[in-house]
Design a protein around this ligand. Sequence first.
Ligand SMILES: [Cu+2]
Length: 147
Amino acid sequence: MKKLLVIIAVCVLLITACTPKEGIEIRDGWVRMAAQGDNGAVYFTIVNYDADDELIGASVDFAEAVEMHESAMNNDVMEMRMVESVPLPTGEKVEFAPGGLHIMLVNLSRNLEVGETVNVTLHFKNHADVPLTLPVQMGPEHSGHGG
Ligand SMILES: [Cu+2]
């Protein structure tokens, strides 16, 4: 019986290792350090190996609201606009990064300290929710929420 279990375990490992990429991969995720009452921001890279999909939002349990924003320079002024959904075409990589797309955490209910990890759940139009555990980091620059 024990031997059988070992064999099954080995098979599972082999299958996992050899499966072609599929689903939705989220990598390089991080959350900007911020104080209670301020706004935070979440960044990551999504690669969609599934059929076309859309990111339609995110949720956390330590902010009043969670919105998707896109920052852009407009006449030398950095502006943010709210985005209802972000297209994730199959095979494409979509980056959420400072100065561009970001998840904005409105009115944090607690401090986000460098070195801790926090839970963020992403919601998709077709794909099941993806829960993430992301590190809190300082970020490349330090003004406002930096979006
Ligand atoms: Cu923003």
